[in-house]
Write a protein that binds this ligand. Structure first.
Ligand SMILES: Nc1ncnc2c1ncn2[C@@H]1O[C@H](COP(=O)(O)OP(=O)(O)OP(=O)(O)O)[C@@H](O)[C@H]1O
Ligand SMILES: [Mg+2]
Length: 276
């Protein structure tokens, strides 16, 4: 008699490590009506997969992401192993997988919103994560989204929280405009400071990742407590913690954003590490 395949239960929140967690999307069992692909990604390109969808008559953006659906921490072992050494692959993934990076950042934003409601203006709202059904997978494959099912290391994926299921994150739908003007440039920098004060470091401050003046992509973010950040030497961790400010300044210059008030994030003094 064929043995029934073990399918782990759907987790209520992720990731199961120290620090903030994102809950499962409340309508995770409802049908997803896929409407269109968002962003600049051509259907054949390797940009992240973000779609406008309808779930229970409301519209959302669903990020299936490029590395989102499945992630193999062995691919980034060269980076994490020298820092945190002999940890389980699941632990390595909690701190290097872009999907968990979003879960942890949005988890912290949700917690922080209770004390400081203004922080919700810093990021496009996130409603939770979900796992894609077979029907959703067939739809995406029809749209030439490579879900990477052929390359998945099944032995590893089976023992991850959630098992062999492609993962996605549900956010509110923003416009296609970055929404930065000379009038709100200061506010956008203040929002980045607010996130950094909550120990969320986005690490990917670019025009493409800002929609309607809010950050939309936390796939590269680090949120403390963070095992890798803790393992870095003081100078390097300082530069990680100030990356968002440095990237903000670069973005303003590289994109020639109007800045009549000469707003800068990295003042001369902050360029000097203050770690001793
Ligand atoms: N909630 C949203 N509303 C409208 N457009 C969005 C939304 N989320 C993403 N987009 C569009 O899709 C593009 C890709 O999304 P995102 O930046 O999150 O993915 P990515 O860069 O591929 O992610 P990662 O770096 O984690 O692999 C964005 O640049 C933006 O244009
Ligand atoms: Mg992006």
């Amino acid at each position: 008699m064929a043995r029934k395949r073990h399918v782990p239960p759907v987790p209520e929140e992720l990731p199961p490590c120290d620090g903030p967690k994102l809950p499962l999307f409340e309508h995770h069992n409802s049908k997803i009506e896929w409407l269109e692909r968002l962003g600049d990604g051509e259907e054949t390109s390797h940009e992240g997969y973000v779609f406008r969808v309808k779930i229970k008559r409301a519209e959302y953006a669903i990020k299936v992401g490029l590395q989102f659906k499945f992630y193999d921490p062995m691919e980034s072992e060269y980076f994490w192993e020298p820092l945190i050494g002999d940890v389980s692959l699941n632990t390595a993934a909690y701190y290097t997988d872009p999907f968990y990076a979003e879960c942890r950042a949005y988890g912290r934003i949700r917690e922080a919103t209770k004390k400081r409601p203004k922080i919700s203006d810093a990021a496009t709202r996130c409603y939770g994560f979900l796992f894609l059904s077979d029907r959703d997978q067939r739809y995406l494959e029809g749209k030439k989204c490579d879900l990477g099912l052929e390359e998945v290391d099944l032995a590893y994926q089976r023992q991850t929280p959630g098992g062999v299921r492609p993962r996605a994150i549900v956010k509110s739908l923003a416009s296609s405009d970055h929404g930065i003007t000379e009038l709100n440039l200061r506010k956008i920098l203040d929002r980045i400071h607010m996130l950094n004060r909550e120990r969320i470091y986005n690490m990917d401050i670019r025009l493409d990742n800002i929609r309607d003046g809010k950050l939309v992509d936390f796939g590269s973010s680090w949120t403390e407590p963070h095992k890798l950040l803790d393992a870095l030497d003081a100078g390097t961790s300082y530069s990680y913690r100030t990356t968002d400010r440095a990237m903000f300044d670069e973005m303003v210059v590289d994109e020639s954003l109007p800045n009549p008030k000469h707003i800068v994030a990295m003042h001369f003094m902050t360029l000097r590490p203050r770690y001793n």
